[in-house]
Design a protein around this ligand. Structure first.
Ligand code: CAA
Length: 255
């Protein structure tokens, strides 16, 4: 598949998606949302790929939000559809992807940009990153899941304050409050993301896929039961036999 706003590369079981609209600070227009949805689908079904990294092109922005120029004349119905379609085809799709997705946040991650990073399974950031949900400055609220995912990551009180004030968190603060897992120098961002991805790629993909599914249920009342069922199902999978045999043979598993 060819993309107008993305660059895709694959190497050593890792797929790298780079959002490439630097003139608009990688803002998410309709086409980019659709392309991202297709790119995640493509890498999810690529058997050579175990982990996906998502980043933005350039040194300034991961993603500066939904494309304001595109929705500035929308009415209520169109606004609702924007959020509905975006959440369905992209943000929820990433969160529930069967393969791990790491956001490598390289600069501004604002509005839809932070929402995109939050729908990834975890985030690492460069030291120049600035993260926030400034929608109220436009007379809006976050529409790509930000009101739901931010409180889960940083707590309700902090999320209330962040959304009401539209404040931007510097990378270090974002790490302190659990919005990102690690902060590294900009030039170290992709190497570090790839290092983490390689570590994940070495482990059982079947187990990792189940872990994603069950961790995503941790806020529901179905989580514990889902864990029991998934735990049981994994005993019947090939990877369990390989993992335990390798341990007992004192060798590395080959998943
Ligand atoms: N949409 C469209 N274009 C954008 C954009 C966005 N979200 N963010 C930046 N751009 C464009 C600018 O319009 C500008 O284009 P032109 O050169 O054609 O004028 C270009 O990118 C560079 O931006 P700036 O000149 O503004 O760069 P700066 O360094 O002065 O400021 C910034 C950087 C602080 C990120 C500023 O661009 C900014 O505040 N951007 C908007 C952030 C924002 O409000 N995001 C939320 C969007 S709403 C949303 O996401 C809704 C939702 O939840 C679904």
């Amino acid at each position: 598949m060819t993309y107008n706003n993305l660059e895709i590369s694959t190497e050593d079981k890792i797929g790298l998606i780079t959002i490439n609209r630097p003139k608009a600070l990688n803002a998410l227009n309709k086409e980019t949302i659709e392309e991202l949805s297709n790119a995640f689908g493509e890498l999810e079904s690529n058997e050579d790929i175990r982990v996906i990294i998502l980043t933005g092109s350039g040194e300034k922005a991961f993603v500066a939000g939904a494309d304001i120029k595109e929705f500035k004349d929308f009415d209520g119905k169109q606004g609702q559809q924007l959020a509905q379609v975006g959440q369905t085809i992209l943000f929820n799709k990433i969160e529930n992807l069967k393969k791990p997705v790491i956001a490598a946040v390289n600069g501004y991650a604002l509005g839809g940009g932070l929402e995109l990073a939050m729908s990834c399974h975890f985030r690492i950031a460069s030291d120049n990153a600035l993260l926030g949900l400034p929608e109220v400055t436009l007379g809006l609220i976050p529409g790509y899941g930000g009101t739901q995912r931010l409180p889960k990551l940083i707590g309700k009180g902090r999320a209330m304050q962040a959304i009401m004030t539209a404040e931007m968190f510097k990378a270090e603060k974002a790490e302190q409050i659990g919005l990102v897992n690690e902060v590294v120098a900009l030039e170290e961002l992709l190497p570090r993301a790839k290092k983490i991805a390689s570590k994940i790629a070495f482990n059982s993909p079947v187990a990792i896929s189940k872990a994603i599914e069950v961790i995503n249920l941790s806020d529901s009342d179905k989580g514990f039961e889902a864990e029991i069922n998934a735990f049981g199902e994994l005993f019947d999978a090939e990877d369990f036999k390989e993992g335990t045999t390798a341990f007992l043979d004192k060798r590395k598993p080959n998943f």
